[in-house]
Design a protein around this ligand. Structure first.
Ligand SMILES: Cc1ncc(COP(=O)(O)O)c(C=O)c1O
Length: 390
């Protein structure tokens, strides 16, 4: 029996492939520093874990509403209003198992074959995978290092046309750590406001913004809330990647479509996980603040270390927990260098090219690891490059 043709158009995330190879090397007795997987190395804060455990004992172990528990949707709507300065209510919120379904379901609901989707390149690989899966047309827009990995607005403008159905934005960004400046968001909003197109604004790293400017969402610009799907969740902010809890905030007509897809796929998100989510949003935020403070310290130290490596040049990323150094000075291709660093230096990282063709010439490191390991990784990479460049 052969698989359906559409499966050929579905890609995977190379982070998981590199992780498998790194684990294999570990089984052979090698010591590997893991800078490939994008997840906080912190525990889920204690009060959230306790709320999840209590919820199981209290019987939150049954089906719930496909759209999510009303109390959690209230808490999410309040959070979105407060942090994005928009007027959204619980009727606009879909609670789903992680951030990824907010890519999957709205795209499934919105795109017909041939519809054009504009998205960042390099970018989170799932966007391109889903565009291909649905038979839509991928329209990548390069992110430019010299613009802090934001778009060239002229190029962006030239890609928008009457077939554009969806524009995907991601800020702070994976893999570059770039943040789209407020004035760029304003310009993008002006280009899209009067068009029959939606924006998927992936804001999963919204709390991890280190710039002096407060986080800005395209949804907060005039006329844009009703054209925007905000993607956010608990995985990164509350170190809850394994709980599978995320949400989308969108116009009610799209909520109805996502509900239908939930009924047909998951029925609902785990009820006790959602109770833990309520504790996360309504409880103390000190653990989140100290985790983000720690990421900032690591970012500063790690980027300084990367810039000491021959052939590497790294910008100071303004958000998320990724560094994306330019490695063209090494004379090696990204994939070749990423492979050699894993095999020869015991440092697991990702090739920039695995995030799209414009990622060639870069590597992605997740600095969600201890300062000690980050320093050791820089020392190993420096020694390796000195060795091969002799
Ligand atoms: C940009 C971006 N969006 C969405 C996600 C998905 O998050 P989740 O694990 O909650 O599905 C990730 C995870 O790496 C991400 O980097």
């Amino acid at each position: 029996m052969k698989l359906a043709q559409r499966m050929e158009r579905l890609a995977i995330e190379s982070a998981f492939e590199v992780l498998v190879r790194a684990r294999e090397l570990e089984r052979q007795g090698r010591h590997i520093i893991h800078l490939e997987i994008g997840e906080p190395d912190f525990e889920t804060p204690r009060h959230i874990r306790e709320a999840g455990k209590a919820a199981i004992d209290e019987g939150w172990t049954h089906y719930g509403p496909p759209q999510g528990l009303p109390e959690l949707r209230e808490a999410i709507a309040a959070e979105i209003c407060r942090t994005r300065g928009v007027k959204a209510g619980p009727q606009h919120v879909c609670v789903v198992p992680g951030g990824k379904p907010v890519i999957f379901f709205p795209m499934l609901a919105l795109l017909d074959p041939g519809d054009e989707v504009i998205y960042p390149n390099p970018g989170f690989p799932i966007y391109e995978s889903m565009i291909g899966f649905l038979g839509a047309k991928p329209v990548p827009v390069p992110l430019l290092e010299e613009r802090g990995f934001s778009f060239d607005l002229d190029i962006f403008h030239s890609r928008v046309n009457e077939r554009t159905r969806l524009v995907i934005l991601n800020s702070p960004q994976n893999p570059t750590g770039g943040v789209i400046p407020r004035e760029d968001l304003a310009a993008i909003a002006d280009m899209l406001r009067d068009r029959d197109a939606m924006v998927l604004s992936d804001e999963i790293y919204s709390r991890m913004s280190y710039s002096d400017e407060p986080f800005a969402s395209i949804a907060s610009f005039p006329g844009m809330l009703e054209k925007t799907i905000i993607l956010d969740g608990f995985s990164k902010t509350y170190a809850m990647t394994g709980w599978r809890l995320g949400y989308g905030v969108m116009p009610v007509w799209l909520v109805d479509a996502v509900n239908k897809l939930m009924v047909n796929s998951n029925s609902c998100t785990a009820s006790f996980t959602q109770r833990a989510g309520i504790a996360a949003l309504n409880g103390p935020q000190d653990d989140v603040d100290s985790m983000i403070g720690e990421f900032r310290r690591r970012r500063d130290a790690f980027v300084a270390g990367l810039n000491r490596i021959p052939g590497f040049h790294a910008q100071l990323p303004q958000g998320a927990f990724y560094a994306f150094p330019n490695i063209t000075g090494t004379g090696m291709k990204s994939k070749e260098l990423a492979r050699a660093l894993l095999e020869e230096a015991g440092v697991a990282c990702l090739s920039g090219a695995s995030f799209g063709e414009h990622g060639e010439g870069y590597l992605r490191f997740s600095y969600a690891n201890s300062l000690e390991n980050l320093e050791e990784a820089c020392a190993r990479m420096e020694a390796f490059l000195q060795r091969i460049q002799k």
